[in-house]
Design a protein around this ligand. Structure first.
Ligand SMILES: CC(C)(COP(=O)(O)OP(=O)(O)OC[C@H]1O[C@@H](n2cnc3c(N)ncnc32)[C@H](O)[C@@H]1OP(=O)(O)O)[C@@H](O)C(=O)NCCC(=O)NCCS
Length: 464
């Protein structure tokens, strides 16, 4: 129980794991495994640097056993250049304070009625909880992951509120709703590398204080600051299907069906899912529902291909689009291992920059995971499909096929009648998709003149 008078529970002390003598990589099967793991995280680090993540965490999380390790993960995200806004709740802390003062907690339609006496409890519990979070975020003992990782925490009058008013004849009094988020000020704080911590209390233009819901504030802030991600830490691993299996991604429309069906939704999901749906429909790229009881959930969700929770997005997660100059770095990272092992012909960064308009790419959750290029030979009414590649972790999901379809569509739109491809290792993949083998002499003249016989590529063609 948390109140101003209560003595806070001592936090479990962090003990840095002791490596066995002479083995500094004992957590990993080998040093190669460690190196591969760190390198594997690099594309995510590039993708998320400078992006804004808004995290909604209920009071249960702050009081929970994982508060300490979660703080380490926030610290790491901030250190990796992610702009972090944390919105903390205090529901159990308010309940405890209401009970301690011998008051009766009143709810209508699941929303607390905040009378003047309850408002005092709300202010007390919110303030104490906020200080607890600030204290957690200020740790820096030498043998912890936060050593030397000072985070400047800021907050302020960023939320303008108005009263909910009278509903079904019930006056909610000091229970409020978000009227406006002062996004410019939050962004100005984030620009200075501060972590913004928001307490769900809103001030009204009349100078009164209103009690707000953590999930609504997190949603409103994410929309206002145009966040890349809104994250809710909840009492479930994410959305589950009828058989209790985790659903890893849903569109807003699919999430709405789950909400209407209502089955298997926990208390938190009932509250958070509508916010997630609204947020992605109003411009937040993704909303992630993660298990508040899973240690390292944030790291597993954002730095591994499979993730651990449910992602809500407005549109399906994979998106095929035309490439832009900004994609060159990610393209180099995607294709250079395939150039190194001889699967793809080597292209330098400069060539990619010059020819970027020829590329279509497939993006997953803001990361570039596949590409293909179209080289037209208009005098022969033909085009070459080149540099088709899908990142290893995302293969066998039909992305190669989607890229092929995109390239075929682009070629048809240019009035071209044949699509050919040169391949050393992927002959069957093309055959299974309607290509047939031809000799190099049947290539368009310009291509034939450049054909490298030593590479011994097979030539395949498909009529469009
Ligand atoms: C070829 C490639 C683009 C396919 O991407 P993808 O997203 O996995 O493709 P899809 O999901 O649409 O198709 C997967 C199917 O292709 C098969 N496949 C993958 N590589 C293959 C190959 N080299 N030869 C034959 N079939 C292959 C898979 O086994 C799978 O079929 P299955 O599920 O029935 O077993 C991908 O494997 C890749 O990037 N390879 C390395 C680069 C390359 O070879 N590019 C072609 C250069 S011309």
């Amino acid at each position: 129980m948390l109140s101003a008078e209560s003595t806070p529970e001592p936090r479990p002390e962090y003990t840095a794991p002791e490596p066995p003598a002479g083995d500094k990589t004992h957590h990993f099967k080998s040093s190669a495994h460690f190196v591969a793991w760190v390198r594997g995280a690099a594309p995510y680090i590039h993708a998320f640097r400078g992006k804004t993540f808004v995290v909604g965490l209920g009071g249960e999380v702050v009081a929970g056993e994982l508060a300490q390790s979660l703080t380490y993960d926030f610290n790491l995200l901030a250190a990796l250049g992610i702009r972090l806004v944390l919105v903390h709740g205090a529901r159990p802390q308010i309940d405890a304070e209401v009970a301690r003062r011998g008051l009766e907690a009143r709810f209508h339609n699941g929303l607390r009625v905040t009378d003047p006496a309850t408002l005092e409890c709300v202010k007390m519990a919110m303030a104490v909880t906020r200080f607890e979070v600030e204290a957690l975020l200020s740790q820096g003992l030498p043998n912890t992951p936060m050593a030397g990782g000072y985070m400047r925490i800021t907050g302020g009058n960023f939320i303008v509120a108005r009263p909910v008013g009278v509903v079904d004849g019930v006056d909610y009094q000091y229970t409020g709703t978000v009227r406006k988020v002062v996004a410019e000020e939050i962004n100005a704080d984030l620009d200075q590398q501060n972590v913004v911590l928001i307490t769900p209390l809103g001030m009204s233009l009349t100078g009164e204080i209103f009690n707000l819901c953590v999930e609504e504030v997190a949603e409103a802030v994410a929309i206002a600051v145009k966040a890349e991600k809104l994250i809710y830490l909840c009492d479930a691993p994410g959305l589950l299907d009828d058989e209790g299996r985790l659903i890893d991604s849903v569109t807003a429309d699919e999430a709405e069906h789950h909400l209407q069906a209502g089955e298997g939704l926990t208390e938190d999901l009932h509250l958070y899912l509508p916010c997630a749906i609204r947020a992605v429909r109003r411009g937040v790229a993704r909303c992630h529902l993660l298990d508040r009881d899973k240690d390292g959930a944030l790291l597993l969700e954002f730095f591994t291909p499979a993730g651990v929770g449910t992602v809500v997005s407005r549109d399906p997660l994979f998106r095929v689009r035309e490439a832009q100059v900004d994609d060159v770095g990610a393209l180099v990272a995607l294709i250079s291992p395939l150039e190194a092992d001889g699967t793809l012909v080597r292209r330098g960064r400069e060539l990619l920059e010059r020819e970027i308009d020829r590329f279509s790419v497939v993006e997953y959750d803001s990361m570039l995971v596949g590409c293909a290029a179209l080289y037209p030979f208009t005098e022969d009414n033909a085009a070459e499909l080149a540099c088709l590649a899908v990142s290893t972790e995302y293969r066998r999901s039909g992305l190669g096929e989607q890229l092929l379809e995109r390239i075929e569509r682009r070629a048809r739109r240019q009035g071209l009648e044949r699509l050919f491809v040169l391949t050393t290792r992927t002959a069957h993949w093309f055959r299974e998709r309607g290509f047939s083998e031809i000799g190099p002499e049947a290539l368009p003249r310009l291509k034939r003149e450049l054909f490298n016989y030593q590479r011994r590529s097979k030539v395949f063609v498909k009529s469009l």
